[in-house]
Design a protein around this ligand. Structure first.
Ligand SMILES: [Zn+2]
Ligand SMILES: [Zn+2]
Length: 334
């Protein structure tokens, strides 16, 4: 069983070959067919998660098949097409769990930290982590939906925006290019915001009704000219680009932060208070949320745009994700 591990924070990937692990009680072995690369994987390999024990194997956008099931596993059998995202398990007894909010379990188990991830030929995960992949979606198309997809879909569908409302997506990258498609298919008047004109044509093809070039236009003023955004979903990593858009929200409008910014967000409190605006964050979803994301994509034709690379080339694939040259999600194939 081959895996791409990182031995210490900031070190390059090493390809390691070892005996495959057997599934424990309640666990399954998944044979990986495709695994997307997420920015969170870079935070993992750089050592930003204190709970991570090196060597680490990242990869929480997994599409594959069940290869073996452990004692007590019900509802899954070898050969089933399954996906695995970030959220793998939960305690069932903490306050978030008792209110059914498993993603925010205080003892949450996540792929890449609690369990080794999908940058490997096989992985062992709890059966609670599994989501069914519908036959309409290939493994390569399904993989990025496990994190980039469910994160943006959940953020938009659980927001206050309703059909016809103006919704802006900041950044057209790994998350943004699927977010624009979700926003359009959910019936929002969709605004894509990105730097330069390179991505304008594509953003409109993906379903955006409007495009704003943030290098030549004041984003807040442009959104206000369109009537104001009920929701702005930020997928960018440049903090000033996020805060510069807040003035484009309607009264009681909401900025949802999906992209981790390198620097802290500096927000003028009056921009929130005077219009009753809100700022919130969004974190992935449960395996059930993933299934609903996949079903929505199968129904509406939303698909990620991906570049594939063999697992052996994960170092260069990672570099393409980090420097923003990937169009748009990198997916490695074991
Ligand atoms: Zn992710
Ligand atoms: Zn819990």
């Amino acid at each position: 069983m081959k895996s791409a591990l990182v031995g210490a924070p900031g070190k390059p990937f090493e390809l390691s070959v070892g005996a495959p692990s057997a599934p424990g009680a309640g666990q399954v072995v998944v044979r990986v067919e495709a695994c997307g690369i997420c920015h969170t994987d870079a935070m993992l390999t750089e050592g930003q998660f204190p709970d991570a024990r090196f060597p680490v194997v990242g990869g929480h956008e997994v599409a594959g098949r069940v290869e073996a099931v452990g004692f007590g596993v019900q509802g899954w059998k070898p050969g089933d097409r399954v996906g695995v995202g970030y959220s793998a398990g939960w305690c069932g007894t903490c306050t978030p769990c008792r209110t059914g909010d498993f993603v925010f379990c205080v003892r949450r188990e996540v792929i890449g930290i609690t369990y080794r991830g999908g940058f490997a030929e096989t992985m062992v995960v709890p059966a609670t982590a599994l989501a069914v992949i519908p036959e309409e979606l290939s493994a390569v198309d399904a993989a990025p939906l496990m994190c980039a997809g469910v994160t943006t879909f959940n953020a938009l569908r659980h927001s206050d925006a309703r059909g016809g409302d103006l919704v802006a997506v900041l950044g057209i990258g790994g998350l943004g290019h699927v977010a624009v498609q979700f926003a359009a298919k959910l019936g929002f008047e969709t605004v894509a915001v990105s730097r330069g004109r390179d991505k304008e044509k594509l953003a409109l093809e993906l379903g955006a009704d409007h495009y704003i070039d943030s290098t030549e236009t004041d984003v807040a003023a442009a959104l206000s000219d369109l009537g104001g955004a009920r929701v702005i979903l930020s997928t960018v990593t440049h903090a000033p680009a996020v805060t510069a858009a807040i003035g484009g929200l309607t009264a009681r409008g909401e900025l949802i932060v999906a992209g981790a910014t390198a620097d802290a967000l500096k927000i003028d409190s009056n921009a929130l208070i005077a219009e009753g605006r809100r700022v919130s964050g969004c974190l992935v979803g449960t395996p059930k949320d993933i299934e609903e994301t996949l079903a929505f994509c199968a129904l509406t034709g939303v698909r990620p745009m991906v570049e594939t690379a063999p697992l052996d080339d994960i170092e260069s694939a990672f570099a393409r994700m980090l420097n923003g040259s990937a169009r748009f999600r990198m997916v490695v194939l074991p």
